[in-house]
Design a protein around this ligand. Structure first.
Ligand SMILES: [Zn+2]
Length: 373
């Protein structure tokens, strides 16, 4: 071991300062609380990625232009440059790292065939992996599944396994409606999904339930489809015994759970009328909500209604809402500010910002995460 005299002196100095402070060493080691944003998307991709996708889509009509399934040529410097805005926001807002996945609206599972989705998912997941490798202090990977409408989700198992085992991804986004707003596939509780859930459980990673773009003109992607899907997914889970079959399956409902917290009384009542156990028992050992709620009253409601053990800090930065709120002069998606204003106890803050995510995503297994502890 190569330990310099200077290192030894520095360690000895730090130790004596700790002892002199009178604070037990264990308590000091606990003092640093991480801020983990569990919901970030790669929304600032280089143009080469969009060209690849456009060519891939054009090839559905004219196979002669089909791009190679190999990744588009994007250099490391381009990747680093492309996420500078995320890094700036992380610094300014005081987040330590983000769980980072491909652009959700770009997953586009409704486009083309299962093969189209497989090629596209591999390309997008590889870029996420490269960013997490280039910037291990800032990003941990979450993947995109190659879902396709009408195709059994068994076809996603290989990519799920590859992302977790080869890339070290800690979760995947699971689209409850690959048809893009028409809900043509069976509900999340159907046995249709079970082989994929078995793999999630075996790999011990959670699924964030996240739709992609809507092609149904009735549903605006960000304001209609996302919110409706979050609420719909929760209600699907409520009507089922899914977590009796998969007691270890973990799901995150993003965007604060859609309308669920606001209508918690309705969902409690529905469960009661269906002779189901209380929601805490039925769902809250497996279902979590993130904090992508973009105003103070909404955040207050979320924390009033949902137990703190089931809330994970997230901002979806840089994502759905990019502007500044003229009433506060802060970005709408600067969600940490709303949580800071809640004046949570030290224990609750640590749960929301750090330990709940560590538990749900089993982050301690991830090499990038271990750099922080
Ligand atoms: Zn999202």
């Amino acid at each position: 071991m190569d330990v310099s005299r200077r290192d030894l002196l520095r360690t000895a100095g730090a130790l004596s300062a700790l002892l002199a402070s009178g604070i037990p060493i264990a308590a000091k080691a606990q003092a640093k609380q991480l801020v983990i944003d569990c919901h970030g998307h790669y929304t600032t991709e280089p143009q080469e990625l969009n060209v690849f996708r456009q060519t891939q889509i054009a090839a559905l009509k004219d196979p002669s232009v089909k791009p190679s399934a190999a990744s588009p040529k994007i250099g490391d410097d381009q990747l680093r440059d492309s996420v500078q805005i995320q890094l700036k926001f992380q610094r300014e807002r005081g987040t330590d790292l983000a769980l980072f996945s491909p652009r959700a609206s770009g997953m586009g599972h409704h486009i083309g065939t299962a093969e189209t989705s497989a090629d596209w998912s591999r390309v997008c997941n590889e870029l996420i992996h490269r960013i997490c490798t280039l910037l291990p202090d800032n990003f941990i990977g979450v993947g995109q599944l190659p879902q396709s409408p009408g195709v059994k989700p068994d076809n996603c198992i290989e990519e799920l396994e590859r992302c977790v085992k080869s890339y070290g991804f800690v979760g995947m986004n699971l689209n409850p409606d690959p048809s893009g707003g028409y809900w043509r596939d069976p509900p999340l509780t159907d046995r249709w999904w079970y082989p994929l859930y078995e793999k999630f459980v075996e790999l011990d990673v959670p699924a964030m339930i996240h739709v992609s773009a809507s092609i149904n003109p009735n549903f605006n992607t960000l304001g209609g489809h996302y919110m409706a899907a979050d609420t719909t997914a929760f209600m699907q889970l409520l009507t089922s015994d899914l977590f009796k079959d998969f007691p270890k399956l973990r799901m995150i409902i993003p965007h604060g759970g859609g309308a669920v917290p606001f209508h918690w009384g309705r969902y409690r009542g529905l469960a009661q009328d269906m002779k189901k156990p209380p929601l805490e028992e039925l769902l809250l050992k497996n279902v979590y909500f993130d904090t992508c709620v973009y105003h103070q009253p909404g955040m207050e409601l979320l924390f009033k209604v949902i137990p703190v053990d089931n809330i994970l800090f997230a901002s979806e930065m840089v994502g759905a809402i990019r502007g500044v709120d003229p009433r506060t002069d802060h970005y709408y998606d600067d969600t940490k500010r709303y949580i800071d204003a809640l004046q949570l106890s030290e224990d609750d803050r640590r749960k929301v910002f750090e330990t709940n995510a560590r538990h749900v995503y089993r982050l301690d297994r991830n090499a990038n995460f271990r750099r922080h502890i």
